[in-house]
Ligand binder design. Sequence first.
Ligand code: ADP
Length: 570
Amino acid sequence: MAIKKTKNNTEDQNQEYFFSDLKQVQIISGISAFSGVLITILAMLFLPARVDRNLIIYTAIFVSLFIAVYYTFPRFYLNPRLMLLPDAVFIITITTVMYALKDMGEFYIVFFLLLITVDAFSFKFKDFMAVLVMIVSAILFSNIFLARQFFSVNALVFRSIIQLYSIIITALIMRFYAKEALTERKEKEKIRRLAQNTLTAIKQLRNLLDNIGNGVFALDKEGKIILTNTAAVNILNWKKAIAGRKIQEIMPLYNADDQLVDPVKKVLETKKKISRSDLIVKRDYESINVYVNVAPLFDIDGGIQGTIVLFRDITKEKELEEQKMEFVAISSHELRTPLTVIEGYLYYILNSNKLKYDKKTRNFIEKSHKSCLALQRLITDLLEVSKIERGRLKMIVDSFDLSELLDETVSELKGKALKNKVELFLEVKNKNLPHVMADRVRIKEVITNLIENAIKFTEKGQIRVGIKKDGKNLLVSVTDTGIGMSKEDQKYIFDKFYRAEGWRTRQRGGTGLGLYISKTVIERFRGKIWVDSKIGKGSTFNFTLPASKKIKKSKEESSPKELKKFVSKL
Ligand code: ADP
């Protein structure tokens, strides 16, 4: 009998209300209740004089007032705590009216029961049927009891019992169904509101998505587009339908070497996000530089569901960057020539025996020469960086003995270290180390930079340069007992222009470009570079380079074919 909503009860879930709006139901309820009062008043005019008219009139006025107030304010008729109020009022009304009607009371009950069925009808068909069955059974029972008079009590007692029974049943039914229907309706209303809010949120998101300047693609596991925004369509100038197509078809990405790359596939494999600003979207008629960010999209269980691709047209930015770097390159180049002349003359003045000057002047000239060298260093570094940024850092790849190169560099810098009162030495762990394939000059620059830094930042102690085999790589380390650096600094030390905080660093001068260039060079040869350091204790800079397959004794042994193969892999 009870109409309970369970998850499995699909029939119940699908059952529709006769009236979808709660307000409508309440209005119908109100009208039926009011018509009850109206009929009562009208009936009075035709009722025989034996009924208590005054009582009926007062009751009718009271109920009318109650109905008018109760059904006017939603805060009353929608308040679950006040749901019993009309029931109570109606029970009192019915009892009073029946009392006033005396022996005509049953007609009134039947009339009221009919009103309740109308009320129930406005809720649900099933409810309506249930109410109808209850009422019919109530009437049937009353007739049976009245006709048979099972017990030898007089008919008036039975009549009263039946009337009471009808009133209680009526009240219970009203109460039960009204509550059920109201909660169900409220739930439905909640769901409707939730759906509406979700729709609004989706609309807002869509708006947001369409109003951001970045192109956005959401892709499924196969790389097919499931969601896109206006910017994506505009940036790519795509005229046809996008949804369902593979991203490569719409946005084929190429690297600087004109090779197709697929960051989406990589993200799906590794589940890690990728950001790149060196890619180009190429199509028959145009090509644009893009910044692309591909992130994995996880489902609730943490499984990969697809990817989100965010991209931006950076063609103009790239052009500006190119112009800027070209300007740096040209101006640095132009600066270098006069600077070399100045440095040359200062060197000559400092080292000439023929020229005579006092101690103070010598000090000035020494300072000028030092600044000149620092400026030269800065210009060289800037030129290198501009070459890196423009992809013009040329490498001459050859097979060479890295330990020999270390030996050579350490020997050259020993004097400089001694001048700074630090000991510099080389430790070669393994014999017959394999060669490496790289640009000897560039690698020498890296080693020099690391050792010079170690000298620069070490006041006392030693600098140990080591080389050993580490799996398929050769591992070079430069360990000093210098000032060291914080964990925070270690994170950014290889970034362009980054210099560690503190007066000690500032005191020592520098550009903050050396390590950036070193990192670029090492990574170009598929190596890695990193630092381990502790403030006050010292630092160890490490880099690896892949060992070439054969142990090469001399340069002549590397065949040009092998070289070509290696270079093409870089
Ligand atoms: P530069 O030395 O010209 O400033 P680098 O890129 O070579 O530029 O180094 C960047 C910064 O890294 C330095 O300014 C310094 O703060 C820190 N650094 C590099 N090597 C060492 C070292 N061996 N010990 C402590 N700090 C170092």
